[in-house]
Design a protein around this ligand. Sequence first.
Ligand code: SF4
Length: 222
Amino acid sequence: MKLSERLTEAIAGGICQIGQVAILPQAGGAGHVLRHIDDGDTAADLLENHHGPAAARDISTWTEDGRYRFTKAEQSLKRGWQLHLADDAELLQALDLFYPAAVGLWLAQQDGRLEVEHLRDKLNRQTGMYRFARNLSDTGAQALVREVCGPANCCVKKILWQIDADTPLEDSEASRYDGIPGDRDRTRALPLLCREACNHFVAEARKASKAESDAKAEKVES
Ligand code: SF4
């Protein structure tokens, strides 16, 4: 079965939210309409109407106040729009623009075939200037999860990875987060999943590793 058909099946089964995007029920199965989750009950004539999946790219690129969204998982999707999609294929295309690969990752997880890459494996693969990230201590890595991930830092993905296969993440708001923004029915939302540390995290790991190394050098000198 195609991804778009499986998505439609999930929607028929009750899924009506992905990240900050609400999927509104349509009478007679005539296409799909998406809105920001906080605009679910807003009168249609108060919203800006868009048609076709490509509009999802424009809607999701900038925040309400015109700032570039550094990652699509950032909890800053602007409000005030309504997106009309003709069929299941357009729905999947639009959701892939709002949240790249989120539907595919969720379906892979449902099938038990989602592969997760733990942080050490990710950092050990880094080359060039990012290879310094490999030296980050476990303590530093645990702290970085609290400083970079989770809704307090604007990322609304559920973290699936650990430091390594034997070292789980310490308990924190970031490590506990379930990938579902808002306070709606969790059983009707598709969570955003983080299967490996993102480039932003790796860049921060490099900086933190360097800070650890500088602190050690200072200690030796004093
Ligand atoms: S590593 Fe994952 S959870 Fe953390 S900021 Fe990046 S995308 Fe979000």
